[in-house]
Ligand binder design. Sequence first.
Ligand SMILES: C[S@@+](CC[C@H](N)C(=O)[O-])C[C@H]1O[C@@H](n2cnc3c(N)ncnc32)[C@H](O)[C@@H]1O
Length: 512
Amino acid sequence: MADLFFLIGRDGVDIDANFVKSKFNDSTTVISVHLPSYSPSVGMDRDEWANAHHQHGLDLARVESELKLRDVVLFTIPNPTQTYLGMLQVWNSPSSVYDIDSVRIPWEEVKEHLKRTEPEKAKGWKPDPRNNPAGKNPTNFWHFSTLPARQKPVPTLFGPSEVLPITISSGLEKELIERILNAHSSANDCIYVWGGDGDLKDMKEICASMGRDFNAVPSGTPDELVPIPVPIDDLPVSVTADPIVIDGSKPQGANEGNIVSIMAYIQDCRDGLASLPEGVLSHGVTSPPYNIGYDPFNEPKPDATGALVVPVREGYEDSLSPGQYASLLKSTFDGMDEKADETGFELFLNIKSNYADASCDLPFYMLRLMPERWKLLDVLIWRYDISFDPGRGKYKPLYEWVIRVGFGDVKLPAMGMLDWYIPILKGNSDERKNLKHPAMFPRELVNRCLTESARNASMVVDPFLGSGTTLSACLEMGVNAVGFELSETFVSDIKERFTWVKHIGDGNLKQV
Ligand SMILES: C[S@@+](CC[C@H](N)C(=O)[O-])C[C@H]1O[C@@H](n2cnc3c(N)ncnc32)[C@H](O)[C@@H]1O
């Protein structure tokens, strides 16, 4: 018999951590509902995200049965008060039966939906192992109710419901709970719930209707919060005596007298940042190296003769030790902070969770590498519509994070955690076909970040330029920008991307 813990939360009451952990075994699953705290004056709680392993008073990273964070599912909140999105953490033992498909919409449900809505299409329809019939994959982003955000949601097969959702006492949708119970438990399994009195009553009813055994988790003494240490090893500073300079500057719009300054330097960003003038940076938009050794691309694949060869990704080395990687990030954050405008600076850091070794590593430990004065302003979601990774032959998450941090005179929205749907630059698109870089973000993402900031952008920096997307987006917006890229391989990409900018904006972020 499997146990499922469903942790919703109780204000002002501590969980009995020892009771919960005494019940853990190899087939236990813990679902932790995380409704992030947010305030329009300071943003999010930096520690809450940096210590995401400490959930509802349980240190889930340090339990004897070695639970692992297997996946994170984002879901829309029907009546949001602080954030538009919530997060479900799924923890269980790597030896238990779990794969990412368990958080997906089951194929039978897809077929039933088709039968109701498009009966013609349903005839002879077979599950497509790569995607659902609408061409979109409703994966670890669960979209239930209408999102009151600015951005229209992507039209997935299971788009926002027209009717008002049924919610339990705390505001979670009943459908979300039923989907979890279906995916992670069977009839007669034991469901332990940590929730307020109203939630306990509602959950008891749901469990009874689904033939599950209901139990309330008792209150008691929680686990102490002990941050997971981030190791920092030395990384040699590579001094680039004569960086290659790529000048993409152009006259700005109708006013030929104004020049948009766009400069790319092929050099280590730590050297490059050090050479910038004091107080020059108003914003940063970047996506650091993933540091995952680029496995999907390194796996041997057959060549034209059928022989298995490891594909060569020229110039893309992405496998520092964790300590060296932390050191690179820390010195880059410090380098930006040293050259930041003292009145205000914001960084938009695009990063994804790393799925490896049957677990999902969240990137929020990076907050602990940032200067003390940087606040966690918001956590934004960049969602796209491709979730099949051909390299691994597997589904991958449908979204990435954009961590918004900064200090000083910044403008925050009334609610946090917006969901942005922005398609990736597809491999067969004209803009991409001559480019070498394997991990580009779209220009639109840079535009959206700077527009979200709603502050004058006097100089944007991207320390990890890759193909130079940030610079070409800034050129398009008419905003000055500077960036650094370690590998000479991407010089041609950076130059090529400038040629795709046909219209130079006037620097007014709201109008682009
Ligand atoms: C994830 S990619 C950035 C992709 C970029 N956002 C784009 O749209 O093309 C990270 C890049 O950082 C570069 N990089 C790694 N270490 C660096 C360093 N110390 N200084 C500058 N660039 C570095 C890598 O070569 C890689 O191209």
